[in-house]
Ligand binder design. Structure first.
Ligand code: ZN
Length: 306
């Protein structure tokens, strides 16, 4: 084995924080700090830290049915390769995939010596019904690409951002609008909910912590599909083409009034609705406990894979 001592494996957050500190020290607050150049960082960091087992290759290729993969180099060569699906149109999705695979390299290469192949991470909601392996790689990618200290400087925890403002962060970090919105939902002190819908039904939704604790959430797992409200912006494409924000009365999305900002995605056939609720605390009438799928990945304690 050649390993002389046993250390506890680092958590995804510890890896991300360690590299974030290093990048902060190198780049400070210069414009070069973001977006994180995952290809460069993955190669240099792995060569420094694991010189016998580094990442030697990062490239696009034809990957049938998945978005990215971590492969071990052929027997004659040393190291690892990160490969992304070069048919992906969204640069943000590619960048997130690279961060995700770098996470697999750091966290999982010893337990998965043959490598790992991965699907689309944008639409997996980063939550518990997905494998812990993928959660951990996503948690690393989120921490590496969108460090909270910087994100909080872009959009304060009490701010009520528009999709344009979150979109500016998505651009800053080179991630998709969904990934940036999910990251913002993790720290905002507001009551806000992201709803992703298609063909008039909710695909999935994610609430900020404060919204979740005050009953503003949609449970989508293990039940029949929830139609989006007829009066919602998401249900009225003609309105959506003209304006992307609307104030709703009570009993549209929730019993209370809310503001909806919506956007029909160009790349996919779904609609994003960001719902901003007021400060008032309101309890869900059926008093159902939120299930696991509504909890935030980042608040889960993470153990060893497997
Ligand atoms: Zn993966």
């Amino acid at each position: 084995m050649g390993r002389r001592f046993v250390t506890l494996p680092w958590s995804p957050l510890r890896w991300a924080n360690s590299i974030t500190k290093m990048l902060n020290a190198v780049y400070g607050t210069t414009p070069e700090r973001f977006p994180v150049n995952v290809t460069l960082v993955a190669k240099e960091y792995s060569h420094q830290r694991f010189p016998d087992d580094p990442i030697t290759l990062v490239k696009g290729a034809t990957l049938p049915g998945f978005d990215g993969a971590l492969y071990r180099a052929p027997a004659a060569k040393k190291g690892w390769g990160i490969v992304y699906n070069d048919s992906i149109k969204s640069a943000g999705r590619i960048n997130f995939t690279l961060g995700h695979e770098f996470g697999h390299y750091l966290i999982h290469r010893l337990s998965h010596p043959d490598g790992i192949e991965c699907g689309d991470q944008d639409m997996v909601r980063w939550d518990s019904d997905y494998a812990q392996l993928e959660q951990q790689a996503n948690e690393f990618a989120v921490g590496l690409l969108m460090p909270l200290d910087d994100f909080r400087r872009q959009i304060g925890p009490k701010a009520k951002p528009s999709l344009e403002e979150i979109g500016a962060c998505a651009k800053r970090y080179d991630v998709s609008l969904i990934a940036a919105t999910l990251r913002w939902l993790q720290y905002t002190e507001r009551r806000s909910v992201l709803v992703v819908s298609r063909d008039g039904f909710i695909l999935w939704a994610r609430s900020s912590d404060r919204a979740l604790r005050t009953g503003a959430y949609f449970k989508t797992v293990g039940r029949s599909p929830i139609p989006i409200p007829e009066l919602s912006l998401a249900a009225r494409p003609s309105l959506l083409a003209g304006a992307n924000a609307i104030e709703h009365d009570e009993n549209v999305w929730f019993a209370e009034s809310c503001e909806e900002i919506a956007l029909a995605s160009d790349h996919y056939d779904f609609t994003l609705s960001l719902l901003h609720l007021g400060r008032a605390v309101w309890r869900n009438q059926d008093d159902e406990e939120p299930t696991d799928d509504t909890f935030d990945l980042m608040q889960r304690s993470l153990g060893n894979p497997g």
